[in-house]
Write a protein of this length. Structure first.
Length: 235
């Protein structure tokens, strides 16, 4: 697959497809999604700053997805922004006829693919970091693999986990739950209560902390891999 980095304001992404023709609709869709989100913020400032769910009367599908994800995960809507924007871009690629499309928005990934793909784990001080990958089977419909970390990246986290990765068909929800769970893990994983993933509306969760790792629900297989840090999406 061909890859291209794309940045629009604070949105920093990597787009992958078989043909460059699919990059343009992905970029346009992500810009449009971000503009609709910014429009909502201009009339509803709490949408940007709240750490808990807020109300909105927006007709934007992207704003609605963020509001819904926040309500189900108990976060502010911006906890779902990266996954939502990635979802918008991948949707445009699929609608344009791509057989596979992947967008990594700072660790929050939306994709569909006619072949197996591998997603490398980059997780701070975890012993699995940079040496492990999730192996995801072909998926005709868009799917989300979203990761939050207390030790990697600029996002604020109140927890200690090196990574929390959430798998779901709802990319916005995967993003919001990754944020919430990463905030909530404040003790070793052995002491953390197992979440009921079916009740959460997601397929599975995989978390790492130092030498510990734990999985709940249905998660992809893990394989040994060499993760090229040069391919990691970052600003």
């Amino acid at each position: 697959m061909i890859r291209e980095s794309f940045r629009y304001r604070t949105t920093i992404t990597t787009i992958l497809a078989d043909e460059r023709d699919f990059f343009k609709p992905a970029k346009e869709a992500m810009i449009n999604a971000r503009m609709e989100i910014e429009s909502e913020i201009s009339v509803n400032p709490l949408f940007l700053t709240s750490l808990v769910p807020v109300e909105s009367y927006s007709k934007s599908i992207h704003v609605k997805r963020m509001i819904s994800a926040a309500e189900r995960a108990g976060t502010g809507p911006m906890a779902a922004v990266a996954g939502t924007i990635a979802w918008a871009g991948v949707s445009a690629m699929k609608e344009s006829g791509a057989s596979a499309g992947i967008i990594d928005n700072g660790g929050d990934i939306a994709f569909f693919s006619d072949r197996e793909i591998r997603v490398g784990l980059y997780a701070g001080n975890s012993t699995l970091s940079r040496r492990t990958a999730f192996v995801l089977p072909p998926k005709e419909e868009i799917y989300g693999v979203c990761t939050s970390s207390a030790t990697v990246g600029p996002s604020i986290s109140f927890g200690i986990a090196d990574s929390v990765t959430v798998f779901s068909r709802d990319v916005s929800l995967a993003d919001a739950w990754a944020t919430m769970l990463c905030n909530n893990i404040t003790s070793p994983l052995a002491e953390y209560p197992m979440p009921e993933t079916k009740d959460m509306g997601i397929d599975g969760v995989f978390a790492t902390y130092a030498e510990e790792n734990a999985g709940w629900g249905s998660i992809p297989s893990l394989k040994a891999a060499i993760v090229d840090e040069n391919l990691i999406t970052s600003g």
